[in-house]
Design a protein around this ligand. Structure first.
Ligand code: CA
Length: 223
């Protein structure tokens, strides 16, 4: 899953990027409202963390513009603790959730997981597919209860498919959600990664849909 962080405080910006990357997400960052708005407008993010007090363009305006242009990604806003009016303005502009500053990083991570699973129509942070479980809380994957060791990229790919279970995801879409904006993207590598994941899982849950992409679904023999 690919996230955008728009935060002008350099320390906080760095902390968010580090923690979210460690949690298995691809993270792009912006440090002002203009840049943040541009990225959210042009890149496909699965969720956004948006500070409200930003230089160039404030967070509420950024959010209003995205929503006016039909951008539907979940947005978590960062607000000052004592400013209830900020929260109201943020929600009215189209925010899905908020975290007051200062915050514990664990809370941000939990709220992002919740936004992503809600967007995927999931009730819990564990995505099940037959004997396969993708636990987005610990970024761990098990098959029949046995841990499967995946690289961070393989995990991201599998987690993205799990968030879109039952839907065919094109290679282009996968690439867009697996790498950050600076990566030299080559959609052919996706095939290689899918092959490795299949081998490690030892399960037939990722189907190749010729000419269209990949689909994660329950194995045929699952009841
Ligand atoms: Ca700020």
């Amino acid at each position: 899953m690919r996230l955008l962080v728009v935060e002008d405080d350099p320390d906080l910006n760095r902390q968010l990027k580090t923690s979210l990357s460690d949690a298995g997400y691809v993270v792009d960052v912006a440090s002002d409202g203009e840049e943040g708005h541009f990225l959210g407008d042009t890149e496909p993010y699965d969720a956004v963390i948006l500070d409200l007090g930003l230089p160039q363009l404030d967070g509420v305006t950024v959010l209003e513009r995205w929503r006016r242009d039909g951008k539907m990604m979940p947005v978590l806003i960062l607000t000052a603790r004592d400013r209830w009016s900020d929260k109201v303005a943020g929600f009215d502009a189209g925010a899905d959730d908020y975290v007051p500053k200062p915050f514990h990083m664990e809370e941000v991570l939990a709220r992002i997981r919740a936004l992503l699973r809600r967007a995927a129509g999931q009730a819990t942070s564990e995505f099940e597919c037959g004997p396969l479980i993708v636990d987005t809380r610990s970024a761990r994957v098990t098959v029949d209860g046995n841990a499967v060791k995946l690289t961070s990229l393989e995990y991201r790919l599998l987690a993205y498919l799990a968030h879109h279970k039952g839907r065919v995801v094109s290679r282009t879409e996968l690439v867009e959600h697996l790498y950050d904006q600076d990566f030299d993207r080559d959609s052919n590598t996706v095939e290689v990664f899918v092959g490795r994941i299949r081998k490690k899982l030892g399960l037939n849950v990722i189907e190749t849909v010729r000419g269209l992409g990949y689909c994660l679904d329950d194995p045929p023999d699952a009841t």
